[in-house]
Structure formats: C-alpha cells, structure tokens
Design a protein around this ligand. Structure first.
Ligand SMILES: NC(=O)C1=CN([C@@H]2O[C@H](COP(=O)(O)OP(=O)(O)OC[C@H]3O[C@@H](n4cnc5c(N)ncnc54)[C@H](O)[C@@H]3O)[C@@H](O)[C@H]2O)C=CC1
Ligand SMILES: CC(C)CCC[C@@H](C)[C@H]1CC[C@H]2C3=C(CC[C@]12C)[C@@]1(C)CCC(=O)C[C@@H]1CC3
Length: 345
C-alpha cells in the first residue's frame, strides 16, 4: 500500500524569494532551521539549504514542483509598484495568486502566508492609526493597490479548516532596509537629479516605515501560530515599526545619513498632486510614442503628503508581535548598507 509522506513542518517555500523581503525571509527561516524552496521568475543569489525553482507564478506545473513535500508557503511575489502596468499586475497578483492557491491545495500545503500591504485601505486621504477593519479602498490610487486588494481577498477567502488549508495575510507598510531596491535608490536618484529640495505640504504628516527584519518577524510569528484552533485563520495583520514618524523627517534622516542635503522649501500639496496627475496622464497618452517615467507619481505624492500610519494592536494581541529593531537602528543599518549610494561615491 502506498503511504503518503506527510510534508515536514520545517520545509517551506518562499514565492518571490529572490526579492528584497523574500531574501530576508529566507535567511531568517534558514537560521530557524527550516529548509527552503525559493520560487521566483529570477534567481538573484545562492545559499546552502535553499533550492531554487525558476518559474512564473501563473505556471501551475512549475509551482507544483517547487511545493513538493512543503507544508508552509509564503507568498511575497509581486511586480514592483513603479511598473504601473495594469495587465502585468492583474496577471501576477490576481491570476498568479489564484494559480498558487490551486497548486497549494493540489500539493497538500497546509498553510499559506500572504504578504499583502497596509495600502489596501489607502485612497490618498489621511489614515491615522488605521485598524484592519477599515474597508478596502473603494477608489484604489493605482493598479498595484487595486490588485493587492483582490489578491488579499482571494487568499483570505481560501482559508478552509475542513480542507486543512489555513491562510493569513500580513500587511506591512513602507518596508526599508539593506538591499531594498525601491525606497532608498529612488530617493537618492531624485536627490542626485536635484529633485529633493522640496517638502510636499507642511511636512508634519506621520507615516509608518517598517524595518525589513520586523516584517520578517511578523511573517514567521503568523506562520508558526497558524493552527486550526487559532484566531488568526483568514485574517489580516498590520505589521509596522509601531513608531509613526514624520514622512519628511524620515526622508531627511536617510538623505543626510548618505551625505545629501535635507529638503527645505515647502510646496502646496494640491498643486504638486495636480501636476503629478497631469504628468501621469501625459505619460499614458504618449506611451505609444515616447516612454518616460515621472519621479513624482500621484501615488508617491499622496504618500509623501498625507498621514498613513496603522495600528498593530491586533498583531500584538494575536501574534505576540513586537518590533525587534527600532526605527533609529533600522535607519542606521540601512544607511550603512548603501556605501555606493553616498554623495560623491
Ligand atoms: N516594499 C514595500 O514597501 C512593501 C512591499 N509589500 C509587498 O511585499 C512583497 C515583496 O515586496 P518586495 O520584496 O519589496 O519586492 P521585490 O520586487 O524585491 O520582490 C518581489 C519578487 O517577486 C518576484 N516576481 C515578480 N513577478 C513574479 C512572477 N510572475 N512569478 C514569480 N515571481 C515573481 C520578483 O522577481 C521579485 O523577486 C510584495 O508582495 C509587495 O506587494 C507590501 C508592503 C510594502
Ligand atoms: C520622490 C519622493 C517624493 C519619494 C521617494 C521615496 C518613495 C520611493 C517611497 C516613499 C514611501 C514608499 C512606499 C512604497 C514605495 C516606495 C515609496 C513610495 C510602497 C508604495 C511600496 C508598496 C506598498 O505596498 C506600499 C508602500 C508605501 C510606501
């Protein structure tokens, strides 16, 4: 009689494991004694204890081979928000997530932890100490947010204790840290082009920025607490540094740490937002003829000029979450990790 091998609880797969968050997660999982299968469209590193599977999230067969004997799957693959490509976001975040859920069920995976985003409730207006029960954005500000909402719904609705398939969504906000391809590189690029002289709005808006190791910690707590009798099944959890900071103070600290001047002159928020919208429309209309990517997109301007910080009380209560690295230490370690982006380097 054929016996079905029960997947080891210490064998997991990280979808999107070649990316910024994914790689930090893989490293921590290895430290904690897990063996890891990485599934990604690209391979960006090699590590002992990690098996790489190169493939597209929409390819069921490729996914199945990465999930052999795996009981726990982390899903942190997504196109970068800056790509602004509707079809790509729909294909990867919606169709790809649907394919992944089907593959998990077929492969007998027991737990799926999704990296969602706190931005699923953000519509470009202030969010102060937002909790997980805020409604999803009715008018999402970009395709990234629109498809992250659909992705989170798919994953949470798939949670089925009868089938032995448990899901949970982690909603981080403004992840930063060593090897981040987005926040610091975009900021430094803008500074080098002389575009970081201005503060959008009055500069007092509070925002969450979350050091990557805290995000990883939240994911692992969720995975290890995800059991049929736990209150976390089918729920979402904000994971932040729990230290809201003025957006422009954070940007200034990173810029000054890297040897650039801090922004000083104020511009009215509505004027900059209007201009960003106009530029975005122009880029859309001209796309068949010329391609240009404005630095100040409507989403970035909205993020730079409004309050958006979130309560992580639910994560503290249900996951026992507490940030492991303070904002100050996180910024220090991040600045030290980018010697090549320093002024004059
Ligand atoms: N960076 C941030 O501030 C925040 C990120 N998130 C979420 O965290 C997750 C990870 O983001 P990051 O590490 O920052 O991005 P990243 O771009 O560094 O990593 C994403 C990974 O997904 C892979 N990927 C993309 N399309 C794929 C496909 N079709 N098939 C297989 N792999 C594919 C990429 O190759 C990449 O390695 C994403 O789901 C993102 O939405 C959520 C909140 C904030
Ligand atoms: C040009 C400047 C006004 C801003 C430079 C920094 C920005 C690139 C970043 C500041 C806040 C960041 C952020 C994200 C991406 C990078 C920033 C816009 C996300 C959109 C990444 C994906 C998410 O899920 C939400 C993030 C919110 C904060």
């Amino acid at each position: 009689m054929a016996t079905r091998v029960r997947p080891s609880s210490k064998r997991c797969a990280v979808i999107g494991g070649s990316g910024f968050l994914g790689r930090h997660l893989v490293e921590k999982l290895l430290d904690r004694g897990y063996s890891v299968s990485v599934f990604d469209i690209r391979q960006s590193y090699e590590l002992p204890g990690v098996t790489f599977h190169q493939g597209d999230l929409c390819d069921n067969q490729a996914l199945l081979s990465a999930m052999k004997d795996v009981s726990l799957v982390f899903h942190c693959a997504s196109p970068a928000p800056a790509s602004d490509d509707r079809k790509l976001f729909e294909r990867v975040n919606i169709q790809g997530t649907h394919t992944l859920i089907e593959a998990c069920l077929e492969a007998g995976v027991q737990k799926l932890v999704l990296t969602s985003s706190a931005s699923v409730v953000f519509e470009g207006k202030d969010v102060k100490n937002g909790r997980e029960d805020l409604p999803y954005a009715k008018k999402p500000i970009d395709y990234y947010t629109e498809t992250k909402i659909e992705q989170e719904k798919l994953v949470l609705e798939a949670c089925d204790k009868e089938k032995g398939f448990l899901t949970v969504a982690i909603r981080p906000h403004g992840i930063f840290g060593p090897r981040d391809p987005q926040l610091v590189p975009i900021l430094v690029d803008a500074a080098r082009r002389g575009k970081m002289k201005f503060i959008i709005g009055d500069g007092t808006n509070l925002v969450d920025f979350t050091f990557v190791e805290n995000v990883v910690h939240g994911h692992i707590l969720a995975a290890e607490r995800l059991r049929p009798d736990s209150p976390i099944c089918g729920k979402s959890y904000h994971i932040t540094n729990d230290e809201p900071v003025r957006f422009w103070d954070f940007m200034s600290e990173v810029l000054v740490g890297l040897g650039y001047a801090a922004p000083r002159y104020h511009l009215p928020y509505t004027l900059v937002y209007g201009l960003a919208l106009l530029l975005w429309l122009l880029a859309l209309i001209l796309r068949p003829l010329v391609s240009f990517k404005p630095t100040f997109t409507p989403m970035r301007v909205a993020l730079a000029g409004t309050h958006h910080y979130y309560s992580c009380d639910r994560a503290k209560r249900d996951l026992g979450y507490k940030p492991v690295v303070s904002l100050k230490d996180g910024i220090e370690r991040t600045v030290q990790s980018y010697p090549h982006l320093r002024q004059g380097a």
